[in-house]
Design a protein around this ligand. Structure first.
Ligand code: ZN
Length: 589
C-alpha cells in the first residue's frame, strides 16, 4: 500500500463501466440495454438482489448510458463524452445518489424530491439512485410516494434493495422490477482471473475458486478477498497460500475422509482427523464441513441436481467421480450421523471423542458388523436395489462409465436372491416365557418410527426383509437394554435423564409406552428416536418394536381440592386418620 501509485482497491478499480463488463447478469443487462435502445424507459426501477452482485453499478451504468452524448454502436456509453466523464468522476449534476441505510429521514428524502423539478444539464435525464431503499422510515416512504407517483418526464428513479420483501407494495407497484442473481462461482473465477492478469498477479485457478466460494455470490467481496490474499502472498496466489490465508480446510481432506469411510478404514479416518486438528481447525468446523461435502457429493451424484453444486468445474468433476462410488442411502445416513454430532457437540464433555465416534460410525456404515461384536451402527441393508453398498473387502467395482447422468442406475445390482440368514430366526413359540399378550403377532404392529433400511409398507405383512426379527420381548430384557443405552450414551444428557425418569410399560404388541414429565423430554426422545430404536431392536432382536412417548398430563394434586374434599381424600387414603379424627371428635365438615 506504500507504492508510488495510489492504491485503489480492486472492487473499485474493476467496477464495471459498461453493461458488457457487468459480471454474471447477462440477461438482465441485455434487457436494460434493449429498453434504452428502443427508448422505452420506465420512470422508476427497482433493482433487487443480494449484496455485491452489481445493483448499484448497473444503476450507474444505466444513468451514464441514457445520458451519453455519443453512445457506441452496440448501445453502450462511450465513456469519453463530457456527461460520461462527469458521471465517472462522480460530480455529474444529472446523477444523484442517496444511501437510505444512513439517510432515511423525511428530510433526507425531501432533499431529493425538491431537486426533481430542476431539469438536466448536459444530458437528457436526471437519475436518482436510492440505495437500500427498504431502510427508509415510514414517514420518508410516504413523503417519497407522491414524487414517485408523478415524476417529471426527464427524471428516472432507480431504487436498489437487498430486501425486496421490506419494500411497501405501493412502491413495488410503481416500479419496474429487476431481480439480480447471485454470481456463480465459475463467473467469479473468470472475472478474478481477468483482474489477476490485469494486475500482473499469478493466480492458480483453484485458489480463485476458494476465493469465489468464500465470497458467497458477491463479486465485491470476492475482489476484496482477492486483494487481501494477493497482498499477503506477494503477488503469487497459490492454492495453499489461499487456504492458509482464508483459514479454509483443503477439499482434499474431505475427499480422503470419504475414501476412508468407503473402505471402512477407521485408522485412516482418525489420523486424518488428527491432521486437521493439528492444523488448528476446530472439530465442529470439520463436522460441518464434512456434512457440506457429503451434501455436495449427493448433489453431484445426479446430473439433474448437479447445477446445485457451487464450485469450479474442475472440482465438480472430482465430486461426480467420488459420488459414483457411494449408494444413495449412504448419504442420508452419513448426513444424519454428522448432524447428530453437531447437535450433541455443544453439550458433550468429550468433544473429541464424540467426533471420533462419529467418524468410526461413518466407517461402519458400509461395513458389515463382525459378530460377536456389534458395530456401533448396523450396516446399510443389502436388500434395497436402490442402494449398492460396497463392503470393505471388495474393491469398488466401478459401474460401466457410460455417463455421469444417473449413477444409481448404472451401479451394479446386489447379488440376488439374497442369501437367507444363517441363524434361524427365533420362533415366538420356542422362545422364552413371555406373557402371551406380549408375544409378537406377525405383522400386527408395524414400527412407525424412522428407520434407515425400512421400505414403505406395501401390505400389512413384513415381506422381503432380509432379517425381519421378531423375537418376543419380555419386560426384564427391555429394561436391561434400556439401561444399557443409558450407560453407553452419557453425552445425550437430556435424553438420558428423561430415560432414567421414565418407566417404560409394555402397551400393545411390540409397543412400549413411555411417559415423560416435560415436552422437552419428548423432544429429546424424538430427536434420538432412530438411534434409540436401532439400539433396542438390535439388543432385543425385534424389528417390530416401537416406542410411544407421551407427556404426562398434570396430576390433579390434593392441595387444589376444596378443604372438605381434601380431608375426605386424606381419610380415604389413610384410614388411620379417620380413626384419629373420631378420637379427637372431629368431623368432616
Ligand atoms: Zn458518453
Amino acid at each position: 500500500m506504500s507504492e508510488q501509485k495510489p492504491y485503489i482497491v480492486s472492487a473499485r478499480k474493476y467496477r464495471p463501466a459498461t453493461f458488457k463488463t457487468v459480471v454474471g447478469q447477462k440477461s438482465l443487462t441485455s434487457t436494460l440495454k434493449n429498453a434504452i435502445d428502443s427508448n422505452r424507459l420506465a420512470q422508476a426501477y427497482l433493482f433487487c438482489g443480494p449484496r455485491g452482485v452489481g445493483k448499484t453499478s448497473c444503476a450507474r451504468i444505466f444513468a451514464k448510458t441514457i445520458n451519453c452524448l455519443s453512445p457506441t454502436s452496440d448501445g453502450e456509453a462511450c465513456g469519453v463524452c463530457e456527461s460520461c466523464k462527469a458521471i465517472e468522476r462522480g460530480n455529474s449534476f444529472n446523477l444523484v445518489e442517496l444511501d437510505a441505510a444512513s439517510n432515511n429521514s423525511v428530510d433526507d428524502i425531501r432533499s431529493i424530491t425538491e431537486q426533481v423539478n430542476v431539469p438536466p444539464q448536459n444530458g437528457r435525464y436526471r437519475v436518482f439512485i436510492i440505495d437500500e431503499v427498504h431502510m427508509l422510515s415510514n414517514a420518508a416512504f410516504n413523503a417519497f410516494l407522491k414524487t414517485l407517483e408523478e415524476p417529471p418526464k426527464n427524471v428516472v428513479f432507480i431504487l436498489a434493495t437487498t430486501e425486496k420483501h421490506k419494500v411497501i407494495p405501493t412502491i413495488l407497484s410503481r416500479c419496474q422490477i429487476y431481480d439480480f442473481k447471485r454470481i456463480t462461482v465459475n463467473d467469479m473465477i473468470d472475472h478474478l482471473e481477468y483482474v489477476a492478469k490485469e494486475e500482473g498477479i499469478a493466480a492458480e485457478r483453484d485458489a480463485l475458486g476458494i476465493i469465489a466460494l468464500k465470497a458467497d455470490g458477491a463479486m465485491r467481496d470476492a475482489l476484496s478477498i482477492f486483494d487481501q490474499v494477493a497482498a499477503s502472498s506477494r503477488g503469487n496466489i497459490t492454492y495453499s497460500s489461499t487456504l492458509d490465508n482464508l483459514n479454509v480446510l483443503d477439499y482434499d481432506y474431505y475427499f480422503r475422509l470419504v475414501d476412508a469411510f468407503r473402505a471402512g478404514d477407521v485408522t485412516t479416518a482418525l489420523l486424518i482427523y488428527k491432521e486437521i486438528r493439528d492444523k488448528g481447525f476446530d472439530s465442529l468446523f470439520l463436522v460441518n464441513g464434512l456434512a457440506a461435502h457429503i451434501r455436495d457429493l449427493m448433489v453431484a451424484a445426479d446430473a439433474r441436481t448437479l447445477p446445485l453444486l457451487e464450485t469450479s468445474q474442475e472440482i465438480a468433476g472430482k465430486y461426480a467421480e467420488q459420488s459414483k462410488l457411494l449408494p444413495a442411502q449412504w448419504y442420508y445416513a452419513a448426513i444424519k450421523l454428522l448432524s447428530d454430532c453437531d447437535l450433541n457437540y455443544r453439550t458433550a464433555t468429550g468433544k473429541r471423542l464424540l467426533v471420533e465416534l462419529t467418524l468410526i460410525r461413518l466407517c461402519q456404515l458400509l461395513k458389515p458388523a463382525t459378530p460377536p461384536f456389534d458395530s456401533l451402527d448396523r450396516p446399510l441393508p443389502l436388500n434395497d436395489p436402490a442402494s449398492t453398498p460396497h463392503t470393505a473387502a471388495a474393491p469398488p467395482t466401478p459401474p460401466a462409465p457410460k455417463a455421469v447422468s444417473s449413477p444409481r442406475e448404472t451401479a451394479p445390482k446386489p447379488a440376488e436372491p439374497a442369501p437367507k440368514p444363517t441363524a434361524p430366526a427365533p420362533q415366538p413359540q420356542q422362545a422364552a416365557p413371555a406373557p402371551p399378550q406380549r408375544r409378537a403377532a406377525k405383522g400386527a404392529v408395524r414400527p412407525t418410527a424412522f428407520r434407515l433400511n425400512e421400505k414403505p409398507d406395501k401390505g400389512n405383512t413384513p415381506v422381503n426383509r432380509l432379517e425381519q426379527r421378531s423375537a418376543p420381548i419380555n419386560p426384564e430384557g427391555f429394561a436391561a437394554a434400556w439401561n444399557e443405552f443409558i450407560v453407553r450414551n452419557p453425552s445425550l444428557h437430556i435424553l438420558v435423564n428423561a430415560m432414567r425418569g421414565a418407566k417404560p410399560q409394555p402397551a400393545e404388541n411390540n409397543v412400549y409406552r413411555i411417559v415423560v414429565d416435560h415436552p422437552a423430554q419428548l423432544q429429546a426422545f424424538e430427536l434420538s428416536m432412530p438411534r434409540l430404536l436401532e439400539y433396542l431392536r438390535d439388543s432385543l432382536s425385534n424389528d417390530l418394536l416401537t416406542l410411544r412417548v407421551e407427556v404426562a398430563e398434570a396430576q390433579p394434586s390434593n392441595k387444589h381440592l376444596p378443604p372438605k374434599e381434601f380431608l375426605r381424600k386424606v381419610v380415604e387414603e389413610n384410614p388411620a386418620m379417620g380413626n384419629l379424627l373420631r378420637v379427637i371428635n372431629g368431623e368432616l365438615i
